[in-house]
Design a protein around this ligand. Structure first.
Ligand SMILES: [Fe+2]
Ligand SMILES: [Fe+2]
Length: 231
């Protein structure tokens, strides 16, 4: 089983996950063979100290293996320190054996389905943040990552089962808010291009902090935890 949820922001928005699995283990046979995918802003690499240790402990105590993509609220200096290894067709960084970072632009084969993953996003509050302390420019993808994403999609002949991103394609984002703040255009238009060129059954994203389905196959997640195969 694959579960999905939106941003968890350290322990700040993690209770929804803890509460969900408290019930879920009573209803289903859930194990570390199952996955919870967090769609960015996880904050398990944040202060490099006690706070991170606590978030990691909570994630590891979940009955499932955690897969996560990066959002804009991650410490990219810390994340860079983790070795990059191969996993299920793409590259990953293992924060722990059961807490695995899915990297931008790779295609992964998980439970018989193909997933194209592309994290990153812009912090709308970055003017109140400090570079290297609470904000990192790597929150937005590099040219290398954009190229890698398209190369790997091309190798998959632009056919995957699911797409997982932190932010949303431009035309989806435009349906989420009345006023679009500037700064994330490059990423949103890139994802829009991907959406138009790729065949997929469902696209899941976080970042916008709302549970909303757009155009029937774009799923914005925040509070809700969904089971992938029931969609
Ligand atoms: Fe967030
Ligand atoms: Fe975000």
């Amino acid at each position: 089983m694959i579960y999905l949820v939106g941003d968890t922001h350290g322990t700040f928005d993690l209770d929804k996950v803890l509460d969900f699995f408290e019930i879920e283990v009573l209803l289903r046979d859930v194990s570390k063979e199952d996955y919870l995918i967090i769609l960015g802003d996880v904050g398990v690499c944040w202060d490099g100290g006690e706070k991170d240790a606590w978030v990691l402990k909570k994630l590891r105590e979940l009955p499932v293996t955690v897969l996560w993509l990066d959002g804009n609220h991650e410490n990219f200096d810390l994340l860079r320190e983790y070795p990059v290894t191969e996993w299920n067709g793409g590259k990953v960084q293992r924060i722990a054996p059961d807490v695995i970072h899915l990297m931008r632009g790779y295609v992964y084969y998980i439970e018989g389905k193909l997933f194209w993953v592309f994290g990153g996003g812009m912090s709308v509050d970055k003017i109140w943040r400090r570079e290297g302390i609470s904000w990192w420019k790597e929150e937005m993808p590099s040219y290398e990552e954009y190229d890698r994403g398209l190369d790997n999609l091309q190798k998959a002949e632009f056919q995957v089962d699911y797409i997982l991103t932190h932010t949303a394609p431009r035309k989806v984002a435009e349906q989420l808010v009345d006023v679009m703040l500037p700064g994330e255009e490059a990423l949103q238009y890139y994802l829009q291009d991907v959406a138009e060129r790729t065949s997929f059954a469902g696209w899941y994203f976080g970042h916008w902090h709302m549970d909303k389905v757009v155009d029937e196959k774009f799923y914005g997640l925040m509070e809700e935890i969904v089971r992938l195969l029931e969609q």
